[in-house]
Design a protein around this ligand. Structure first.
Ligand code: IDP
Ligand code: MG
Length: 152
């Protein structure tokens, strides 16, 4: 059985402005993942720089920080078997025109700088990013009756 994992997702400013938040959350929920935490928030510059610290110095860094701080976003923790890989697959590749056409980015996005959604890329990153956005008491551990039916 796949390992239970938690991962951080962000419904980015472009998705919020385009009214795609519900659609995106639905994708992860329908995949079988369980919502462990969810909130609307506005990312400030300091949090953006910490969250995207790995990209500091890259040519797109400044644009990325101003983009992610440009509108309220929804941040969430999703939990389930292999949640990190499942979210990445459901999101699709970073560049939407290279993303699987069935993925969120492949269906709804065209530009790498406007790719709608963030998902942690490893268990270390997930733990770090969840800690950036959520206090431990904001994250709920619970079981659903359907969990055995999705292998959770
Ligand atoms: P990911 O979001 O698929 O994990 P990362 O490589 O971690 O992709 O990059 C973080 C975000 O930075 C991407 O989602 C994208 O919005 C932006 N980004 C990455 N590479 C480029 C680029 O070459 N030009 C513009 N924006 C980029
Ligand atoms: Mg990334």
């Amino acid at each position: 059985m796949a390992e239970p994992e938690r991962t951080l997702i962000i419904v980015k400013p472009d998705a919020m402005q385009r009214g795609l938040a519900g659609e995106i959350l639905t994708e992860f929920e329908r995949r079988g993942l369980r919502i462990s935490a969810l909130k609307l928030t506005q990312v400030d510059r300091s949090l953006a720089e910490r969250h995207y610290g790995i990209h500091k110095g890259k040519p797109f860094f400044e644009g990325l920080v101003s983009f992610i701080t440009s509108s309220p976003v929804i941040v969430g923790v999703f939990e389930g078997p292999d949640a990190i890989a499942a979210v990445r697959q459901t999101m699709g590749a970073t560049n939407p025109t290279a993303a699987d056409p069935g993925s969120i980015r492949g269906r709804y996005a065209l530009d790498i700088g406007h790719n709608l959604v963030h998902g942690s890329d490893s268990s270390e990153t997930a733990a770090f990013e969840i800690g950036l956005f959520f206090q431990p008491e904001e994250i709920r551990s619970y079981r659903r009756d359907i969990d055995p039916w999705i292998g959770a």
